[in-house]
Design a protein around this ligand. Structure first.
Ligand code: SF4
Length: 386
C-alpha cells in the first residue's frame, strides 16, 4: 500500500465513503449497482482470514447482496470494453502514422493521468481517449443496462469497489455525455473499506457463497482480469490487436515479455518489440511514478521510441494500489499479480473480443468500436484543468 503517500492523488488522504455507501444500500427508492475491480479479489482475503481458494470474487458479490446491493458486476467486463476501444484506437493511430513523435499511452490509471497533467502537460494528447474500466462500466450501466431494467439512471446509484484511492477522484472527472449527463460512478470504496463494511455488517465470511455476477454484463475474460497487474493492459490490448491484424487469436505465451517477472526491477521499464504479421509494434510497460518520469524524459529527449506505452502509478500496478489491504513493510503486488495471471489461465475466454456479453453489447447497442455512440459513452477528452 505505497500509493497513499506517494501517488499524486493520494494527497486527498483517505476519504471514508462507507457511510455514503451504507446510505445508498439502505435507500429503498434507489437501485444500487455495484462493480468490483479485478485487483480487489487478489487482496480482500488477506483481511478476512480466508485462503486464496476460499476467496473467489463471487463471495464478494454474495457479501454485497447481503448488504443490500440490487445488482453486482465484475469490472472485468468494463476492462474488456476498454480493450475493445483502446486496441481499436491504437491501431487507428498506428496505421494513420499519428505515433511518429510519441507513443499512445494507456489512460486507465487516474494517478498516472494526474501526473501527466501536472508534470508533462505537453504529452496529454498522446493519452488514449478511452475511459477507464470503472467509467466505461458506469456509462453502459446507466444507459444500456438502465434501459434493460426499465429504470431512470437518476434512480440508480453506482458503487464501485476499487484497489485505488485515486479512483475516488476519477469519478468526478468523467461524465457520461449521452442524454443522461450525470456521473458514471456515484460512490467509490476501496478494498479496505469493503472489508470494514463486511465486518461491521457481521457477515460470517465462511458462509458466503460463490455466486455469479448479474446479466447482461456477466461474462469476463482473462484479458480483463489481468488489468490489475502491471503489463496486463498492454497484454490484453496486444491480444486483441493481434486478432485484428491476423484474424486469429495469439498463442497463450505470445506476450509474456510485458509481464512483471518478479525481479528487483520488475516495476521498472520493460521494453519489447513484437512482430505481428509483419507489423512491428514497439511497447513499453512501466509502473511507479519515479520510473515513469525516467521513461517520459527519455521519450522527450528522443532517446526512446515506442508505439504503445502502459503506465500504472502504483508499483506493480493496481494489485499494489493504495486502497488495498496494508501489511507493514511487505510488498504484496507481485504475489497478487500472480493470482490474476492464474485466473487468466483458467478463463474460458482469454481475449476481450471473444467475450460473448461484449459482443452482444456491440450488436445491440454500440455498433462497433469507435462508433459515434461508443465515442459519446466511452471516450473522454483529457483537459489540463479537470
Ligand atoms: Fe489506482 Fe491502479 Fe493507478 Fe494505483 S495503479 S493509482 S491503484 S489505477
Amino acid at each position: 500500500g505505497q500509493c497513499i503517500t506517494h501517488c499524486p492523488v493520494g494527497a486527498l488522504s483517505e476519504r471514508d465513503d462507507t457511510e455514503k455507501a451504507w446510505n445508498a444500500l439502505e435507500d429503498e427508492t434507489k437501485t444500487v449497482v455495484v462493480q468490483v475491480a479485478p485487483a480487489v479479489r487478489a487482496s480482500w482475503a488477506e483481511q478476512m482470514g480466508l485462503s486464496e481458494e476460499e476467496a473467489p470474487v463471487g463471495k464478494i458479490f454474495d457479501a454485497l447482496k447481503k448488504m443490500g446491493a440490487d445488482y453486482v458486476f465484475d469490472t472485468v467486463f468494463g476492462a474488456d470494453l476498454t480493450i475493445m476501444e483502446e486496441a481499436s484506437e491504437f491501431l487507428e493511430r498506428f496505421t494513420a502514422g499519428d505515433l511518429k513523435e510519441r507513443p499512445m499511452f494507456t489512460s486507465c490509471c487516474p494517478g498516472w493521468v494526474r501526473f501527466v497533467k501536472t508534470e508533462f502537460p505537453h504529452m496529454l494528447s498522446s493519452l488514449s481517449t478511452a475511459k477507464s474500466p470503472q467509467q466505461m462500466f458506469g456509462a453502459v450501466m446507466k444507459s444500456y443496462f438502465a434501459e434493460k431494467i426499465g429504470k431512470n439512471p437518476n434512480d440508480i446509484v453506482a458503487i464501485s469497489v476499487m484497489p485505488c484511492v485515486a479512483k475516488k477522484a476519477e469519478r468526478e472527472m468523467d461524465m457520461y455525455y449521452g442524454e443522461f449527463a450525470g456521473h458514471e460512478t456515484d460512490i467509490v470504496i476501496t478494498t479496505r473499506e469493503l472489508t470494514r463494511m463486511i465486518k461491521s455488517a457481521h457477515i460470517n465470511v465462511s458462509n458466503l457463497e460463490n455466486i455469479p455476477s448479474d446479466n447482461p454484463m456477466e461474462d469476463g475474460t482473462g484479458a480483463g482480469v489481468i488489468f490489475g497487474a502491471t503489463g496486463g493492459v498492454m497484454e490484453a490490448a496486444l491480444r486483441t490487436a493481434y486478432f485484428t491484424l491476423k484474424g486469429e487469436n495469439p498463442p497463450n505465451d505470445a506476450f509474456l515479455r510485458v509481464r512483471n517477472d518478479g525481479s528487483k526491477d520488475g516495476s521498472g521499464i520493460r521494453e519489447s518489440e513484437f512482430d505481428i504479421d509483419g507489423v512491428k509494434v514497439r511497447t513499453a510497460v512501466v509502473s511507479g511514478l519515479g520510473n515513469t518520469r525516467e521513461l517520459l524524459e527519455r521519450i522527450d529527449k528522443g532517446e526512446a521510441n515506442y508505439d504503445f506505452v502502459e503506465v500504472m502509478a502504483c508499483p506493480g500496478g493496481c494489485v499494489g494500489g493504495g486502497g488495498q489491504i496494508i501489511h507493514d513493510g511487505q510488498e504484496k503486488a507481485f504475489e497478487r499479480g500472480k493470482k490474476l495471471y492464474k485466473l487468466d489461465d483458467n478463463y474460458e475466454y482469454r481475449c476481450s473480443h471473444d467475450n460473448p456479453d461484449i459482443k452482444k453489447l456491440y450488436d445491440e447497442y454500440l455498433g462497433k468500436p469507435l462508433s459515434f455512440k461508443a465515442h459519446m459513452l466511452l471516450h473522454t477528452e483529457h483537459k489540463i484543468n479537470n
